[in-house]
Design a protein around this ligand. Structure first.
Ligand code: V1P
Ligand code: CA
Ligand code: ZN
Length: 379
């Protein structure tokens, strides 16, 4: 393990609690909190605790969660359990619970844990005592004010941004999960103090169905929402080029006082739900690139359904924020067999069969359109 040669030595704060990895959405559900345990074990066994401060955050309080969510929805989330759900038939339907967002044991506690971590991380940044704060348990970008959506119950990202807005004039939100960051976009759709930028697969059918290039924001927030719709199989070089070009322009034009980066790992090749073809190195390049602006940075998790690769990806990215280059050979952990047969940090993507449906012309047109949008921000 060695540090990268550079002058920037940011202070990094890492938020984790072992128990967050112990929740279960249900038998055949693709969202597996156990990926958080795998990640923590790799991070610690690589020795990354020597390069950052580790915090066991407290749970968010109900009042903190009510800063975004509605009373009656939170009241329901807090009270419903697998054992009493039959008493909540009306609410179950009204709040759109179901297969994507099942009621599981400890659901409310899980929400308080991952949200508390994002809120504390945001407050740490505000206090000026850290430069980068990391919460891999957060990043649940689909949750809405009145309802859960797409495996997300409480929107920890919105709660964290609301904290940041108490102090910072402008906050930039960047979302590299393969799904559209609809919950965060919607929450800040009409304000010019938060710019949201989501890269995602979009064809009108892929979940959640929103994120067209012409969703731009409204009222004061017009042009402060950016959507980058992509097709199946996007590869490392096109994604990195597009990401760098767009984010360079966004940083120059919007000049945020803080950045929140949602690092959903379902944009990696071979993801169980995803259809992109990114390597862990390319995904990590997005993190490295956002860090290079030296603006207070909140790094969050999100989706990611091939859990051995989620753990690899977020471990690699923890190394990146710390400025540490990790050896490709994984350290030993009790979960070693998850990483068979190669036991490497960067496994090869050669078994991926998705074809890149993003032509050069398509990507050029998308880039041109979103960059043109930035001209209306200036002034
Ligand atoms: O496609 C749908 C809904 C269910 N139909 C009514 C449409 N849901 C997706 C949800 C994906 C959520 C992604 C969350 C995140 O962005 C952030 C954490 O990554 C879905 C899918 C799918 N293939 O898109 N749900 C499920 N699969 C699912 C499968 C088995 C059991 C439960 C849910
Ligand atoms: Ca996204
Ligand atoms: Zn996702």
């Amino acid at each position: 393990t060695d540090t990268v040669a550079e002058h920037y030595r940011p202070k990094v704060s890492y938020y984790m609690r072992e128990e967050t990895g112990n929740f279960h959405y249900g038998e055949r559900h693709p969202m597996k909190p156990h990926r958080l345990t795998l990640t923590n074990h790799l991070v610690l066994n690589y020795g990354l605790h020597n390069y950052m401060d580790i915090y066991a955050p407290r749970r968010a309080t109900e009042d903190e969660i009510l800063a975004f969510h509605s009373d009656d929805y939170i009241d329901f989330l807090k009270r419903v359990t697998p054992d009493n759900v039959e008493l909540f038939q009306e609410e179950f339907t009204r709040f759109n619970m179901g297969d994507d967002c099942p009621i599981f044991d400890g659901m409310w506690d899980f929400c308080r844990l991952y949200s508390g971590a994002s809120i504390e991380a945001a407050r740490k940044l505000i206090s000026g005592t850290t430069d980068i704060a990391v919460n891999w348990t957060g990043g649940l970008h689909h949750a809405k004010k009145f309802e859960p959506s797409g495996f997300c119950y409480v929107n920890d990202i919105v709660l964290a941004i609301l904290q940041l807005l108490r102090y910072y004039p402008r906050v930039l939100y960047v979302d590299i999960d393969i799904h559209h960051g609809d919950g965060v976009q919607e929450a800040f759709y009409a304000t010019d103090r938060v710019m949201t930028v989501s890269f995602h697969k979009y064809n009108g059918d892929f979940f959640p169905g929103t994120g067209a290039i012409d969703e731009l924001g409204r009222d004061l927030g017009k042009y402060y929402t950016m959507n980058v719709p992509l097709q199946d199989g996007i590869d490392d070089s096109s994604y990195i080029q597009l990401f760098r070009n767009i984010m360079t322009a966004v940083m120059e034009t919007f000049r945020p006082s803080a950045v929140v980066l949602q690092c959903g790992a379902d944009s990696l090749g071979l993801d169980r739900l995803g259809v992109f073809n990114l390597s862990i190195a390319a995904h990590g390049e997005c993190v490295r690139f956002m860090r290079s602006f030296k603006v207070p940075l909140l790094v969050l998790g999100g989706g990611g359904y091939t859990i051995r690769n989620v753990a690899r990806c977020w471990t690699h990215e923890t190394g990146i924020v710390c400025g540490v280059k990790l050896p490709d050979s994984l350290p030993n952990t009790v979960y070693r067999e998850f990483f068979a047969p190669d036991y490497k940090l960067h496994p090869s993507l050669t078994t991926s069969k998705v074809v890149n449906q993003n032509s050069k012309q398509y990507l050029q047109a998308v880039q041109y359109k979103v960059l043109e949008q930035l001209r209306y921000l200036k002034g």
